[in-house]
Design a protein around this ligand. Sequence first.
Ligand SMILES: [Zn+2]
Length: 438
Amino acid sequence: MTRAVLRTSLAALLLTCAVRTPAQNAAAPKGTIAIRASRVLDVKMGQYRASQIIVIEGERIQEIGDAAEIESHIPPGAQVIDLGRATVLPGLIDCHTHLTMSPYLGAYRALSLSVPREALLGARNARATLEAGFTTVRNVGARGFADVALRDAINAGDVPGPRMLVSGPPLSITGGHGDINLLAPEFDASADGVADSVPAVIAKVRWDIKYGADVIKFMASGGVLSKGDNPALEQYSPEEMRAIVATAHGLGRKVAAHAHSAIAIRDAAEAGVDSIEHGSFIDADGIRAMKQHGTYLVPTLYLMDWFMENYPKMELTEDMIEKARVVMPAARQNVARAFREGVRVAFGTDAAVYPHGLNAHEFPVMVKLGLTPLQAIQAATMNAADLLGWPDRVGTLEPGKLADLIAVEGDPLADPSVLENVKFVMKGGVVYKNQTAR
Ligand SMILES: [Zn+2]
């Protein structure tokens, strides 16, 4: 089948259903597509533009503007996709996922999964995430470089999924949030990201980058779903944090710090990390340090709603559940204060703690805690693109940028929960889902 024929027959298919076979997504798109949209959200200006046409050439946006102006010079032979009354937005970006992990694996059950099995789990989760409208993710933590394998498989067109920036194994102190703390000493188990001391963290950052990390993730404080460590305490000294940041930045990689505790948030921001993940116990000191350094906060708030309903099925340890009961509600209070005081926010979810594909449930929670719907959407588009270092590629719909866009029914500026039901997904000029009403 020629590509033109394939595209035409695909177009017929797309009217009613999602495209599913990876083979159809494998090729880089060629040719021109014109998308008609009754309105497009300009996330930069914070306003809708009515009756628009987006012209896409290959994987990039060539032109976007008023239908009346563009109509006359749509190239002959272009495929036209009419999105009816749907609202078009830039593809969403989640800055905190773990695509190679899933809930219901329990604390101990997860130990029986091989790294190759986790990579395949990732393929399934990547598709769910993409079909939920997230065309880019920053994946902050995976074992054995399963995330690198998944990123490369998606880029090669082997499996459908979002664009991924990946961290590889996150750095953690011995016994810290990123270590394996569930087994007796005679098993001698430790996670591949464990590094103690300044020389050890420098070597570990270089090792992560050697095997494909786009971004460096480290555990600056204890965590919730790890046995025996304390989220209210700091893990890693300020000296170690500075060494991680200097090494990563020197090699052109940004740094994400998992930090619940107030002191870890402050010290990580002072050390120059690019984002604080979770930020649960953020206080005045942390807010000041983050504003001073321009550090992004990546809150992960919706997970509490899902967790409180479903944890009995998750086979966790008692101390994990106890920590969740304290940390998750505190996070909502403290993050609301950080929102009020104007800390820069990028959208994240920690999807994997709950099922992948529910990522957009984060939006209404962000709004409940004080962001406007537009601010929440900006966090998942232009702010996220800035944090990822990809402001020239994704995050807004402008000529020259990648054609990553979604459509929803309804008005996301009035009701951000409409983002939980994405009807149309295009990534890099390829349609992965189209359930828009005609
Ligand atoms: Zn996480």
